[in-house]
Write a protein that binds this ligand. Sequence first.
Ligand SMILES: *Cc1c(COP(=O)(O)O)cnc(C)c1O
Length: 377
Amino acid sequence: MKSKIWLSSPHMSGREMKYVQEAFDQNWVAPLGKNVDEFEGAIQRFLNEDKFVAALSSGTAALHLALMQLGVGYGDDVICQSFTFSASANPIKYLGANPVFVDSDPVNWNMSPIYLEEAIKDRISKNKKPKAVIVVHLYGMPALMEEITEICNRYEIPLVEDSAEALGSSYKNKMCGTFGEFAILSFNGNKIITTSGGGALVTSTKEQKEKTIFLSTQARDSAPHYQHSEIGYNYRLSNICAGIGRGQMEVLDERVRQRRSNHEFYREVFSDIEGVNLFSEANTDFFSNHWLSCITINKSITTKTNHQLMQAFAEDNIETRPLWKPMHLQPVFKDCPYYGETVSEDLFNTGVCLPSGSNMTNDEKNRIYEVISKYEF
Ligand SMILES: *Cc1c(COP(=O)(O)O)cnc(C)c1O
């Protein structure tokens, strides 16, 4: 059996252990310490805007605390991109609120500004003005931020960016994660950099960052005894994981280059194959970290399905995956309102995520090339 080629696996720089060792040496084996502070500082400098960063145990936790701080509560409506991973929508339900799903733009794959405005107007007409909009930069591709921020500003609805897959991506030279009132990042094992598990909330003010830390450490009032006036959570990132994160931040630029070069590899491989469309930036305003390289099969040109191609890869022990199944088609969200047509559904039915690790070797790329060149589209 040939060795497995993964979709996206952790890629250590070798410098992580130095920071983890430091934490052990100083016995800061806790959800606070120097690594947490330094990791937050490194992300803040990387985003290069007047933003603040709170390191948390996951991206999902970050989204929960963002929505909470926007006052989302029982019975409220929150608009969310349908074409995404469930973690973009679950925190809406944690708060007893109602997700309202919006379809995607066919070229950009992220939230369609047209359906977004249609959804906002219709919810307002039903006296249910949305409390927040969650936009996602899927697979690293920046969403249509100009149009989406304009709409959110015009209707005065706060914007939350799910930038879990898009650290290092930018739109018109402004980093993803710096457009919204809040943005979330994820350092799960398969993301562009990882802390084994972890996330961060990017906030617009220092007060929001302090509130985030307060809520994520059980909401203790400043009293010597344990006194609580609010419900808190145990969501802070550990100093050990943050040590991994410090080492990873030092190679983030390199990781972005490596993922983008995978995308160039696929561009060449598919250049003369009709019937396959490689998901790419529409123009130079968009800069994707290409966390995952993805394709769709053009059904008007070939009768082969995405599943047949995935099967060919599986036979060579190469991991691939369908695109995200839209939230409005998930059993758990089937009763939620949905605005759009079948853009995200068509993507789901025709797409494939290809191996995209920054640690992919030339031998592995050759194996991938072999499968594609032998496959009859
Ligand atoms: C990974 C991911 C999340 C959740 O991040 P965790 O750190 O795993 O909780 C949220 N949204 C998207 C789009 C993701 O890919």
